[in-house]
Ligand binder design. Sequence first.
Ligand SMILES: NC(=O)c1ccc[n+]([C@@H]2O[C@H](COP(=O)([O-])OP(=O)(O)OC[C@H]3O[C@@H](n4cnc5c(N)ncnc54)[C@H](OP(=O)(O)O)[C@@H]3O)[C@@H](O)[C@H]2O)c1
Length: 287
Amino acid sequence: MRNHLFFFSTDTHPSPFDINIALDSGFDTVIPYSSVKEEQTESLTHDIIFSRGPKGAKKSAIFVGGSDVELAGRIVAKATASMSPPFTVPVFADPKGAYTTGAALVAKAQKAAGGLPGKRALIFGGTGPVGQVAAELIASAGGVSVIVTSRGREVAQKVADAIAGRCGSRVDGESAATEEERLALMKSADIAIATVKAGVQVVSLKGLASLGRDIIVADVNAVPPAGIEGLAPHDDMKQIAPGVMGIGALAIGVVKYKVEVGLFRAMLESGSSAGYKECHELAQTLA
Ligand SMILES: NC(=O)c1ccc[n+]([C@@H]2O[C@H](COP(=O)([O-])OP(=O)(O)OC[C@H]3O[C@@H](n4cnc5c(N)ncnc54)[C@H](OP(=O)(O)O)[C@@H]3O)[C@@H](O)[C@H]2O)c1
């Protein structure tokens, strides 16, 4: 019996990125469904779990992706609630690549910092999917100060409050619309993470050189220009200015790739489901 992965995407075009990784990880077939809505999830899930019997269910799995992170979360919940033993299949979600990327980013940063408790972490562009996952994972470590930034203070605070509500730890929101504002925040941070839209520079090399403090910076943007000037994609704890140690997008991307492969294989080998917490657990072993 062949291994089938059913790919529920919130987008009109399920991502070839995830399809390639799933096939390379060992699935025999990936069956994509586009523009999936919450209300279609139960009947799709029933058709998957009941069509091949309990043995077939063990050879079936669901991946949830797409750009609508909030909808993807509801689809995961609906799919999971639509199953009952022995008709169950694993569900792995990675909407917009945010779970695997946020997890890899945090794992790299926490390793570089020698752990998170006692640290002060800044997430530039923390209102986006990757930034929100990163902020929640860092805040969940406990005993760490987390600030998410946005170009608008109100948006930053709203997102910070939502993250704090999910993880039960304090998260603050700040405006960081200009480099001046960003550098002012960095002057009291131990870790600064850039998760802004691709191709947007967050801080200049001159600005970094003016900080005069030890800080770890990490950037997930692989589209030039770098979010953090002077940081090359493969840099992995490279000094890019006095006291400033940097982790680049591809150093993080390698871990992200291994996490996605590892979790697809775990679906195949042990029927394991995964969300961003499982991504982070695995990322910490790979960073
Ligand atoms: N390396 C990897 O493996 C990998 C995988 C996936 C994603 N990524 C990268 O991760 C980053 C974040 O992805 P995402 O999907 O979370 O990002 P996103 O939603 O496109 O953007 C994140 C935030 O950036 C801010 N932003 C947008 N335009 C801006 C501008 N012109 N100047 C300053 N800030 C701006 C917005 O915040 P406000 O509107 O609140 O200011 C937005 O919420 C991207 O660079 C993406 O390419 C990397």
